[in-house]
Design a protein around this ligand. Structure first.
Ligand SMILES: [Zn+2]
Length: 435
C-alpha cells in the first residue's frame, strides 16, 4: 500500500514539474506583465489594474475572485484605492487550504538603472525591473505553479488560494492586515500560508525581528545666540542623550544575540539606527540663519529587537536613559513619542509548511534547505498576530540583497525551480499526496 502511494505521488509531482518547465516562457511573460504595471508605493499607483491582471487570469482557470478595496484604511482614497485580490479554488474532497500571498506594491525606482525599471527586460537568464524580485517574480511563480496543477488535471484535496495584496512596503495595513481582520488569514478558511518574498530559492524564512520606532524630542528654551547662557539648548541636551546611548546602550545591545537564524548574521544582534536628527531652525532656507538657541531637537529611532526581548524592555531602556538625564541634568526636558511597533514572529521549524517546503527543496534542488529569519519585517506579522495562523513562512525566488536596488532582477531558473517546489508542497499540504 505504501509503495502505491509513493508511486502515485511521484507521477503527479513529475507531471507538474514537467508542465512548469514547459511554462518557462509563460512565466517570463507574466513576470513582465506584472512589472509593466507600475504599482509604486507611495502613493500606491495602479493597484486596481494589477489586481485585475491577477484576478482575471485566475478566473479563467476556474478560481472565484474577490476584489477587496480597503475602504477607509490608512492610505486609501478614490485617487489611490487600496484594491486587493483574493482568488480561491476548491479541490475535490476534504483537505487543507494553502494560501500564496504576494504583495503587488513596489518601492520607487530611484536612480542608477541601466534598464527601464518598468519594462521587464530579459537578459542573461534574468528578468530586470522594479519589483522583479520583490516580489512580482514570486507572485508569477506561485501562479504558474498552481496553474500547472490545474492544467495537468491533478485532483487535489482542500483548496488553494492566491492573493495579491497592497501596501506591504508601507506596513501592510490596507493589505494583509485589513484582510486578516476580516478572517482571510485564519482557520478554518486557511491552514497554510506561503509568502513568496525574495529570500533565495533554497531558504525558508521562518519569521522576522521586531520593530520599535520612536521620536525623542529634547526641549530647550529659546534665547539670543550671542548669550546662550540665557537659554537652554535642546541640541546640547540631545547630545547628552546620544552620548549615553553610545557609552551604555550600544555596548549592551552588542552583547545580545538571538537564537533566531537571522540573515545576514550581523542582524542576530539587537540593533539601533538613528533614522533622522534635526535641531533648531528649519532646514531649506538659503539665507543667513538668525542667532537663536535651539528650543527643540528631534531624533527618530529605529530599534530592531529580538524574539528574546520583550517590547516593554525595549521601550523601557530608552525611557530609562531619558529619565536619568532628567533627574541628573538641570533643565533637561524631553518628549517621547512612539511611532510604530511590530512584535517579532517565528514559525516552528517543524511546522507542516516548513517540512513540506524542506522536502521539496531537497528533491528539486538536491541541497539541504536553510532556515532563516529576516532582519526586517514583512506581512507574516499580520498573519500571525491578527489571523492567529502560525503555519506561515516566506519562501520564494529572488535574491534578498537586490530588493529595492537599481537594476533589480529575478533569475528565471530560480523562478522555475521555486514554482516546482511550491506546486509539490501544495500537494503535500492540502493532504492530496496522502491518498
Ligand atoms: Zn517584499
Amino acid at each position: 500500500m505504501a509503495d502505491d502511494v509513493t508511486a502515485k505521488s511521484d507521477t503527479s509531482i513529475e507531471k507538474v514539474s514537467r508542465r512548469i518547465e514547459e511554462s518557462r516562457e509563460e512565466l517570463i511573460a507574466l513576470t513582465q506583465e506584472l512589472i509593466r504595471i507600475p504599482t509604486v508605493n507611495p502613493p500606491g499607483d495602479a493597484y486596481r489594474p494589477c489586481a485585475e491582471l491577477v484576478g482575471e487570469r485566475l478566473r479563467k482557470q476556474g478560481f472565484s475572485i474577490e476584489y477587496l478595496r480597503a475602504e477607509g484604511a490608512l492610505g486609501d482614497s478614490d485617487r489611490y484605492p487600496r484594491t486587493n485580490v483574493v482568488a480561491r479554488i476548491e479541490g475535490e474532497g476534504p483537505g487543507e487550504t494553502v494560501h500564496f500571498n504576494s504583495h503587488i506594491d513596489v518601492v520607487e525606482a530611484g536612480k542608477g538603472w541601466t534598464f527601464d525599471p518598468f519594462e521587464g527586460t530579459v537578459a542573461d537568464g534574468r528578468v530586470y525591473g522594479r519589483g522583479a524580485c520583490d516580489m512580482k517574480g514570486g507572485l508569477a511563480a506561485s501562479i504558474i505553479a498552481v496553474e500547472a496543477l490545474l492544467r495537468e488535471g491533478i485532483p487535489f484535496r482542500g483548496a488553494i488560494e492566491i492573493s495579491g495584496t497592497v501596501d506591504e512596503e508601507s506596513g501592510g495595513y490596507a493589505g494583509v492586515a485589513w484582510l486578516a481582520e476580516r478572517g482571510y488569514f485564519s482557520k478554518p478558511r486557511v491552514d497554510h500560508v506561503i509568502i513568496p518574498e525574495p529570500l533565495n530559492v533554497d531558504r525558508v524564512c521562518l519569521g522576522h525581528r521586531g520593530v520599535w520606532w520612536a521620536e525623542v524630542e529634547t526641549l530647550g528654551r529659546i534665547a539670543h545666540g550671542s548669550m546662550p547662557f540665557l537659554g537652554v539648548s535642546a541640541i546640547r541636551n540631545m547630545g547628552l542623550f546620544l552620548d549615553l546611548i553610545e557609552r551604555e546602550l550600544y555596548p549592551e545591545l552588542d552583547q545580545r544575540r538571538t537564537q533566531m537564524p537571522v540573515e545576514p548574521e550581523g542582524a542576530r544582534n539587537s540593533t539601533l539606527n538613528f533614522n533622522s536628527l534635526h535641531g533648531g531652525q528649519a532646514e531649506g532656507f538659503d539665507g543667513l540663519p538668525s542667532a537663536c538657541v535651539a528650543d527643540s531637537c528631534r531624533l527618530v529611532l529605529d530599534r530592531r529587537f529580538l524574539i528574546e526581548e520583550p517590547l516593554e524592555q525595549v521601550r523601557g531602556e530608552i525611557e530609562g536613559l531619558l529619565q536619568r538625564l532628567r533627574a541628573e541634568v538641570p533643565d533637561f526636558e524631553y518628549r517621547l513619542r512612539e511611532l510604530w511597533s511590530v512584535l517579532p514572529t517565528m514559525t516552528d521549524e517543524d511546522a507542516p509548511v516548513v517540512k513540506a517546503l524542506d522536502e521539496e527543496i531537497r528533491r528539486v534542488l538536491g541541497k539541504e534547505p536553510q532556515h532563516i529569519a529576516s532582519p526586517g519585517t514583512y506581512d507574516q506579522k499580520h498573519v500571525a498576530r491578527i489571523g492567529h495562523l502560525h503555519d506561515c513562512v516566506a519562501y520564494g525566488p529572488g535574491v534578498l540583497d537586490l530588493a529595492h536596488q537599481p537594476d533589480e532582477w529575478v533569475g528565471i531558473d530560480d523562478m522555475v525551480a521555486s514554482a516546482k517546489i511550491m506546486a509539490a508542497a501544495t500537494l503535500r499540504l492540502t493532504g492530496t499526496l496522502r491518498d
